[in-house]
Design a binder for this molecule. Sequence first.
Ligand code: ADP
Ligand code: NI
Length: 262
Amino acid sequence: MHTLSYAATAYTPTRACVAMRQSYELNGMQQMSDSPEQARLTQAQSEARLLATAEGFARAELARDSTGHDFAHIERVRRLAEIIAREEGADVFVCALAALLHDIADYKIAGDEATGLARVRDWLAAHHADAAGAETTARVMEIIATMSFAGGARPPMTTLEGRVVQDADRLDAIGAIGVARAFAFGGAKGRALYDPDQVPRAAMTTEQYRAGDSSTLNHFYEKLLLLKDRMNTQYARQLAAQRHAYMRAFLDEFLAEWSGER
Ligand code: ADP
Ligand code: NI
C-alpha cells in the first residue's frame, strides 16, 4: 500500500507533461499557440476526450447490471444533467463526468461503498482528470460520495453541480421511464406487481428499505411519489412536475383496472 501511494506521488510531476502531450496531439501536431481561442479549444478537447474515456469505462463496468443501473440509465442521467446544468448555470463538464461515473460507486455494483469510491478515484487519477479542469477529481468525488451515501438521511449536496446530478438521477426514477425501471427491477427480484394486502411502509431505515420485499406498486408510494418534492433545482422541479403527474395517472389507471372499475 505504501509503495503504491509513493509511486502515485512520485508520478505527479509528469502529469503536466501528459497534459502537454495530449494538447500537442490534439492540435494535430501543429505548433502550440498561446491565443485564448486556441487555449479554449484545447480545454474543450481535453474535456471531450476525458468524457469519451469515462463513457467507455462506465459502459464496461455496468454492462452486466440488472439492478436498474444499466448503461442506458447513465446515458439518460448524463443528458439530463447537461440540460439542467445549462439551465442553472452549472459547470457542464463536471456534471457530465459525475453523471457518467455516479453508479460505479453504488454498493450494489461495487460490493461496498468504500471500494466503489476508491475505484472511481483511482480511475480519475489514472486519467489525469485534473489536467482537464482544475480540481476535477475533488469536485467529482464529492458529488459521487454524497450520492452513494448509504447511512440514513443523506447529507445535502454542497455544490450546484452536485444538486444538478442528483436531480438528473432522481428524474430518471420517475415518469414513464421511472415506471418502466420500477417494474423491470421488481421483475428481476421476482416481486409481485401489486398486492392489495400489503400496506406501503412509511418511514424506513436504509436496511428496511433494502431488505424489503414489498410489491413494486408499493415502491411508488414509498419512494417514487416523494421525489418531486426533493428536487434541488428550479428547472428539475419543472421537469419533475410533468413526470410526477404522468406517474399519478398511471397509478390511478392501474388501480382502476385492478379493481375492475375500468
Ligand atoms: P438509487 O441508486 O438512485 O437510490 P435504486 O438503486 O434505489 O436507485 O434504484 C434503481 C432503480 O430501481 C430505480 O428506478 C428505482 O425506482 C428502482 N427500484 C429500486 N428499488 C425498487 C423496488 N423495491 N421496487 C421497484 N423498483 C425499485
Ligand atoms: Ni443512477
